[in-house]
Each structure stands twice: as C-alpha cells, then as structure tokens.
Design a binder for this molecule. Structure first.
Ligand code: PSU
Ligand code: MN
Length: 293
C-alpha cells in the first residue's frame, strides 16, 4: 500500500542516511532549520554517503526531499507532526507533514534506507503513571530494520524508564565510544547500554548483521560532544522552569513547546547543544552508511 504513495529519489538506499523533518520543522526555530539542513547535507556527503530528507509533501511520502521542497515545507505554516499513527491520514488527505522518528523509520525502511540520524528519540514521559504518554518511536524500532543514530532520548523524558522499555521491547542499544546511555544535552543519562563500540567499521558490521538477522531496528547512542554538553544541574533548572511555563499542552505538542521554551530560557544554549549533537549524529550515521550497510 505504501509503495503507491512513496517517492524515492535514491539510487542506492544502502549508502543513504535518512534525516527527519520533525526536527527541522518543529524542533528548531525557522531561521535555524535551513542552515541546519544544509550543514547536515554537507556532513553526510563528506563522509561518502547520500542524505535523504524524509517527509510528506502534498500527501506524497518522500524519501529524498529536495532543498526547494524543504523550503516549501518550512514555509507552509504549521504542518502536522506525524508518527506511525497519523501518517496515513496525511497521505490520504494529501497534506504536508513532518515525520517524527517513527514515521521516518517507516518510510526509510520502505525505501531501503537502513541508517537514520536524528537528535534524540521519543520515549516515556516523566510522570507517566499519572498521564500515560509513550512515543511510537519505541514500537517503530521493533518494526522497521533501520539503525537510528541518536544522542539517547530527549532528556525531558523519564530516561531510565525509557531505557527499560527499550530492553522490554528487545531493541539492541549500543553506545558509540560510550558506556552510558546519553540523555540528549547530557552525556550520561544515568543508565547503561548493551555494548560499547569504539570502531565505526565494527559498529557497521554489527548493524548489518543485526538488521539482516532480525528485520528490526538498532539504536546507536552517540553522546553529545563534551564541549557542547550542558551541566546536569543547569539542565535541571531550565527543564523545571520550562515545565512550569508549559501550560496546558498534551501529547505530540509537548516536545515542540518545551524545546522552544528551553531555547528561549537558556538564551540559545540548548539550541546550540541541539545543533551540535545532531551534526555529530549525522557524521556517525554517514560513516556507518558509507560502509554499505
Ligand atoms: N529530537 C530532537 N528534536 C525533535 C525530536 C527529537 O532533537 O523535534 C522529535 C522527533 O521527531 C521524535 C519526536 O520522533 O520528537 C517524538 O515526539 P513524541 O514524543 O510526540 O512521540
Ligand atoms: Mn507522546
């Protein structure tokens, strides 16, 4: 069904790195989005891979969005943020949509793209026993054979509970030059990984082996570069302040709202950190994809 409305602009998916549009449309301010996309493009090409921006344009699921199309999407006003639950509605109704990690994985897998770089995946929100909010990114990892390179989970989440859920779902979590599972702005999220890889070639070999073997995803945790990380105490202060100001937003609106509050409260420090970790993840994903995963 998907192939009918899937546009793939790639000759060889195995050398490609998928990039998501939610990060660009909802995760960073408008003025940072296009420069970030251009930087990611250059970083991925430099490593010998091909970038593939993923999103939905007028109801067409597209793997390999062009720069002009991205500009159109960014300027289209508020576009829907879609995961595996609501992407079908955007396709059916012929809308524009920005894809989250889960929806990007679905489209990447359909296009034969096996490596994907993002910032942090979604997971289990803090206070989940009062208000159940668990990202479809977690279940997508059990369904689509894509390696997701990220800096752990967004640190506004319950990082330890999310790590436990990954374990329950049977998703391998490996650290690149890291023993600890990172939490986005912070290098140590307070929990561990299944294994550490120090060498990109060995990591790529494991990814190839595991994707082939299981037809499920792999999570590659790549901590934020040390010089860009935010001290945990400082982070906790900004997080608490942002949560106090968040107001009555729920579900998929929580992340974009909190991120923009944080960028404002921190005088742009969280944004700089966010950009640094995404660039770093794109470089690692490209180095893996260049091996022909
Ligand atoms: N990481 C970022 N910025 C983002 C996101 C992650 O640096 O905007 C997005 C991703 O698209 C991720 C989504 O899939 O947040 C998860 O949202 P939710 O919790 O609503 O599932
Ligand atoms: Mn959610």
């Amino acid at each position: 069904m998907l192939s009918k409305s899937l546009l793939t602009r790639l000759e060889d998916g195995r050398k490609a790195v998928a990039l998501e549009t939610t990060l660009l449309c909802h995760g960073v301010p408008r003025e940072s989005a296009l420069p970030l996309a251009d930087e990611l493009d250059a970083i991925v090409r430099q490593a010998g891979s091909v970038p593939a921006i993923v999103g939905v344009l007028n109801g067409t699921a597209t793997v390999g969005i062009t720069r002009d199309e991205l500009i159109m999407l960014l300027d289209a006003g508020p576009v829907a943020k879609v995961n595996t639950a609501n992407i079908g509605l955007a396709l059916h109704r012929r809308l524009h949509a920005a894809t989250t990690v889960s929806a990007t994985m679905e489209l990447a897998a359909a296009a034969g793209v096996r490596v994907f770089a993002t910032g942090g995946i979604g997971g289990i929100h803090r206070g989940y026993s009062q208000r159940f909010d668990v990202s479809s990114d977690l279940t997508a990892l059990t369904r689509f054979p894509v390696a997701v390179v990220c800096s752990g989970v967004k640190s506004l989440l319950d990082v330890v509970a999310t790590r436990e859920a990954l374990e329950t779902l049977g998703i391998p979590v490996v650290g690149y030059q890291a023993d600890r599972f990172p939490a986005f702005y912070v290098r140590d999220g307070g929990t561990g990984v299944d294994a550490r890889f120090d060498d990109v070639n060995e990591l790529a070999a494991f990814v190839r082996f595991e994707l082939e073997r299981t037809q499920r995803g792999v999570l590659i945790a790549n901590p934020i570069p040390p010089d860009a990380q935010i001290a945990s105490l400082q982070w906790e202060t900004w997080r608490a302040e942002a949560m106090a100001r968040i107001g009555d937003v729920q579900g998929r609106d929580v992340t974009p709202r909190v991120l923009s509050l944080l960028h404002e409260l921190s005088g742009g420090r969280t944004l700089q950190a966010n950009l640094a970790l995404v660039r770093n993840n794109a470089a690692l994903a490209a180095a893996i994809a260049a091996q022909g995963v």
